[in-house]
Design a protein around this ligand. Sequence first.
Ligand SMILES: Cc1ncc(COP(=O)(O)O)c(C=O)c1O
Length: 476
Amino acid sequence: MTDLHLPLDRAAGRLSAQIAAGFRAGVRSGRLTAGTRLPSSRDLARDLDVSRGVVVAAYEQLTAEGFLVARRGDGTRIAPLARPDDPPSPAAAPPARQDPPFPCAAADPTYAYDLWPGHPDLSSFPRDRWLAAARTALRTLPNEALTYPDPAGVPALRAELAGYLSRVRAAHADPSRVVIMNGVAHGLSALLRLLRADGHTALAVEDPTSARQLPMIAASGVRVVHVPVDCDGVSVEALARSGARAVLVTPAHQYPTGVVLSASRRAELIAWARDVGGLVLEDDYDAEFRYDREPVGCLQGVDPDRVVLLGSVSKSLAPALRLGWAVAPPAVAERLRLHRGYTDLGAPVLDQYTLAEFIRGGVYDRHLRTMRRKYRARRDALAGALRAHIPGAVVQGVSAGIHLYVELPGGCDEDEVVGRAEQAGVSVAGARPLWSSRRAGSAPPALVLGYAKHGEARLLKAAELLGRAVTHGVRG
Ligand SMILES: Cc1ncc(COP(=O)(O)O)c(C=O)c1O
């Protein structure tokens, strides 16, 4: 049996997370190779002097992430796809010094209850703590830091993000792979340029998908190919048939259905990318907000050479900050850095240092914990009230994020329900515009409801009004 080398620090927090981190590190360093059989949870628990539940939780987490496979009668093994990092290549050297398509139309004060999706609770933006972080940054920055930044981002923020994403999202992130972008949208549009330059003519997207990205993809000159999503996430079989060699996915919480990409699909997707020499663009949408189970690590952590992780603080803090990141294979990261250098010379420096300080001081973690509690209570209130007021509705995507996907009872006319809800003062989004034209006709009527902005009492009232809109929106 391989010596697993899983050092545990009993004073350093959750043991199952430490065990999972130890296994990931073992795979990445090449110490644990594909196919290696792991000890049973009982044996490992005994060796490590922890309860069996701790090991089971770690194994389940790693299985969901695609690092392990468990088969009846064959125990648990390192997954065939898990593979070590390549030794650094010359390209991996750290960079040298140096609806409406536009979402601003979202908040509409004419509606008493705004359930339009995609917006966090802006009234919870931690103004005082952000200000304190900005003060600290300004007070401590040397004058030289106020010059043009490295277009990939200031080193302090890239280092903080690399640490944060490794810890919280199980990403394979070191500062040389991190490029600061103005949000996921900016990361996507920059990557589209690179894909185009590499001869890609098509980008596969999930069907249904966020309507925001489509104009951006169209503007890049890359053709959009829609690939269906089912209850396991994106269909890799359909992706393989599509001919595209790059795909944009939302594995943590599919937008808009809320499906989490299953362990087997994660493995298939990585295998597909390796097969076609392709690239997976992982939009880490809603990953910060998961309520009923452990967050599944990002896909990028499974194959950092085939996956670019895109994330931002738009949902965790505020879209207005326009701060995000790409974690990319070193050669791609360098090209993104050059792209920023050629197009805009990088992101605003003071904001970058402020975010770095915000993460460094643990304030970001605390804010996320607070928001998770708040959003969970709101989700419970809205999901429960919808079930009570709209019998026959199927409420999906509840385990994470800040929106629900609600399939309306058969016979409902989606547009009619949206119109009646608006008349009653409830702003909601119908799901049909998010489906490809080929599938929109057969898609069940559904609503996408954001619940981040309102407290529980208002959500209960909104659900009651929606229930009435649905009763009147049944055809015939
Ligand atoms: C699925 C999805 N990903 C990403 C974004 C854009 O996020 P960012 O503000 O980070 O550019 C949006 C916008 O709402 C979205 O719908």
